[in-house]
Design a binder for this molecule. Structure first.
Ligand SMILES: O=P(O)(O)OC[C@H]1O[C@](O)(CO)[C@@H](O)[C@@H]1O
Length: 529
């Protein structure tokens, strides 16, 4: 194609969303002239499924749940008055609470005000708040936000020790929809211990966001925490950033929550239309289908040319992969669907994996995210009249061209700035695209049965550890091999897990297990010290 023909193709397929100032360029995706027409009936069915979902149909049949994240920014569209009130009440509660915190009406015992927020959560109960905090935050925020999003002891030490004396002015926000996620429970207990160590009452520094009646809810109430805020079964964790999960941290940080919700609402209006050419979510879903043959054969590389959007790929990794990575279709057929997502930020990635994108295995499509506004205020001319921002665009366009020359496909999302409105709009755009794509490939986007297997297996590992420790204590100073110990606890077949457990126990002082003997598994001996 000549440059002129590409320009024509760019204009013909450019999807413009004036309400949020966003455009989606699909001209560098190599779909044929009849692709969009050929997909029309599938797409119509996807639109109808989405319409039904928004009206309150059971869109998550496996869990028999409704899917209501679109109502979070348009409560008036909720199918029942009770749902609408639940949302507006939640919005009012989190806003009022944050106001009281900022004003020092809700205050810690040993400081005039809360100045720091520690969010404890994982997956959808952390990724949204992390994206928003990083995209929109600054040193001038009302409160600074920190995260515990794993059960890694050293990771937690780093954050808690970093807060140090500031724990006295830190508000802990423990977020878990289910209220039973072990990583979050552990983070909460470790945080509680850190507060206690400084003679502080954790409950007077803590709030929870969780489902009514959950373990966390009971703990928070039982330990007289400051407040609990609701989470509902009709909001999925990975689409919860506009529930109290994301709104409470954003309010506390002092971000433009109204703009965030308004951007999403405007994007919802734009992506609700059944006209594919005008609907960027439909076009995204169709391009994903085109690129991967409806089977996820190509990975989605998310490349925002903006530091503030660096967490977008991490956020979309959960949204896309937990939603679309499914073994079974809605009809129960084995389909093993999914699209792998990765990325970081440009132009940084041009000095890392973009080499492979241009010359290596062609198993991906790129989504560039271009942000028109470089910075607040004027820029320095770094070379001639060129600014750093001019370079950033130059690198984006250069990479887009270099990839296209080698037959590697890309799309470009262009937004005016990184503002609350834009981030809200981007979240809403991808939420809708994921839902539509799921319909195109006939899967349930709203459950995550695969995650349970790993959780169950982890439970078994910890059960084995309990047995092992009892045995080691009973055996006192007698050194035994992993094989012998596995037999001792009636788990001969699980000797590899037993060895891994012993290796970990003996590397840490917590349980008093000592390792002697050789470096190879069969030579190692373990005993209670
Ligand atoms: O909010 P919760 O219930 O703690 O769950 C956290 C995350 O864990 C998952 O259930 C997966 O294990 C995600 O879907 C969810 O976002």
């Amino acid at each position: 194609m000549t440059e002129r023909e590409l320009w024509e193709r760019y204009q013909r397929h450019l999807c413009v969303v004036p309400s949020v100032g966003l455009t989606l360029d699909i001209s560098r995706m190599n779909f044929g002239a009849d692709f969009l027409d050929g997909m029309r009936s599938r797409m119509d069915a996807a639109f109808q499924a989405m319409d039904a979902l928004e009206k309150g149909a059971i869109a998550n049949p496996d869990e028999k749940r409704r899917v209501g994240h679109y109502w979070l920014r348009a409560p008036e569209l909720a199918p029942e008055a009770g749902l609408k009130t639940a949302i507006t009440d939640m919005q009012a509660q989190v806003a009022a609470f944050a106001k009281d915190v900022h004003a020092g009406k809700v205050k810690p015992a040993r400081a005039a005000k809360f100045t720091q927020v520690l969010i404890v959560g994982i997956g959808g109960s952390a990724l949204g708040p992390q994206l928003v905090a990083d995209a929109l935050g600054s040193g001038r925020d009302a409160m600074q936000v920190h995260f515990l999003d794993n059960t890694d002891p050293d990771g937690m030490d780093r954050v808690l020790n970093g807060l140090g004396e500031q724990l006295a002015e830190t508000l802990a926000v423990v977020i878990s929809k289910s209220g039973g996620t072990k990583e979050t429970r552990n983070g909460m207990l470790e945080a509680e211990a850190a507060w206690k160590q400084r003679g502080l009452d954790f409950g007077a520094h803590a709030v929870a966001v969780t489902g009514d009646g959950s373990e966390l809810d009971a703990y928070a109430k039982g330990h007289k925490w400051l407040r609990t805020f609701p989470m509902w079964d009709w909001v999925g964790g990975r689409t919860s950033v506009m529930s109290a999960v994301g709104l409470l941290p954003a309010w506390l940080q002092g971000l433009d929550v109204d703009g965030f919700l308004a951007g999403a609402k405007d994007m919802d209006a734009a992506t609700r239309v059944h006209d594919v050419a005008a609907n960027p979510a439909a076009l995204l879903a169709l391009m994903w289908f085109h690129a991967g043959g409806g089977k996820g054969q190509k990975d989605m590389v998310i490349l925002p040319y903006k530091d503030r959007l660096m967490l977008m790929s991490k956020y979309l990794q959960q949204l896309v992969m937990e939603s679309l990575g499914k073994e079974l279709s809605l009809d129960g057929q084995v389909v093993n669907q999914g699209i792998a997502v990765y990325g970081n930020k440009g132009s940084t990635d041009q000095h890392a994996y973009v080499q492979q994108l241009r010359e290596g295995v062609n198993n991906f499509f790129v989504t560039f995210v271009e942000v028109l506004k470089d910075r607040d205020g004027k820029s320095l001319a770094v070379e001639g009249e060129n600014t750093s921002g001019d370079y950033l665009l130059g690198f984006l366009l250069g990479t887009r061209r270099a990839l296209f020359e080698k037959g590697r496909e890309s799309m470009t999302l262009t937004v005016p700035d990184v503002s609350a409105r834009t981030v809200g709009a981007l979240v809403a755009l991808y939420e809708r695209a994921v839902g539509l794509y799921a319909s195109l490939v006939n899967i349930n986007a709203y459950h995550q049965p695969g995650v349970e297997a790993g959780k169950k297996a982890a439970g078994r590992v910890l059960e084995l550890q309990g047995k092992l420790l009892s045995k080691l204590k009973a055996a006192k100073a007698e050194a035994r091999s992993a094989d012998q110990l596995a037999q001792d606890i009636g788990a001969a077949e699980e000797v590899e897990t037993v060895f891994k457990l012993l290796q970990h126990l003996s590397a840490n002082g917590d349980h008093g297990v000592k390792r002697t003997g050789g470096a190879r598994p069969a030579e190692a001996r373990f005993q209670s010290a």
